[in-house]
Write a new protein. Structure first.
Length: 107
């Protein structure tokens, strides 16, 4: 496990260092529009992680609510209300990630 962690860390570090090895344009400076748009890549990565984590959280919350209702049908109303509030909060976190992605992107 330790070897795998070290290997992944080295690969990640090498990936992050790639822009330092970029080719130089004649005159020593790259044109203004050249290069990778790291803000767009970062925003897409952020949204992907937020959407995946939100979907996993919503699935687990719904599963736990269904399990709780099936074990105690008398508490269905309270469980349902708390589940809806929890799902709204989970979805708000994904929307906050969307807002942060817009800020990263610069729109």
């Amino acid at each position: 496990m330790f070897k795998r962690t070290v290997f992944l860390s080295v690969v990640l570090l090498a990936f992050l260092a790639l822009p330092a090895f970029g080719a130089q344009v004649e005159g020593g400076a790259a044109p203004a529009g050249a290069g990778v748009k790291w803000g767009a890549i970062g925003a897409a990565f952020l949204l992907g992680i937020a959407a995946a984590a939100g979907a996993i959280g919503q699935g687990r919350a719904t599963s736990a609510a269904a399990d709780g209702i099936s074990r105690n049908p008398g508490a269905a109303g309270a469980i349902r209300n708390m589940t809806i509030i929890g799902l709204a909060l989970i979805e708000s976190l994904v929307l906050y990630a969307l807002l942060i992605a817009f800020l990263i992107r610069g729109l």
